[in-house]
Write a protein that binds this ligand. Sequence first.
Ligand SMILES: [Zn+2]
Length: 70
Amino acid sequence: MLQIPKICVGDILEMKKAHPCGGKRFRVMRTGSDIRLVCEGCGRDMVLPREKVEKSLRKVFPAPENTETE
Ligand SMILES: [Zn+2]
């Protein structure tokens, strides 16, 4: 079974494709059917469909506050 990582607000996502600025890590600002991400490299934000985010996701670094509550 394909395991889809849980994405929470505050998590850092590492993507397979780098942002034009060269950054590969993005902070999750909002989740839902669309996910709002802010590039850790240049601070730009973007909204991507969840499906697209999950496909290009390499790794999730959970935010400390999220790991504490689980
Ligand atoms: Zn960037």
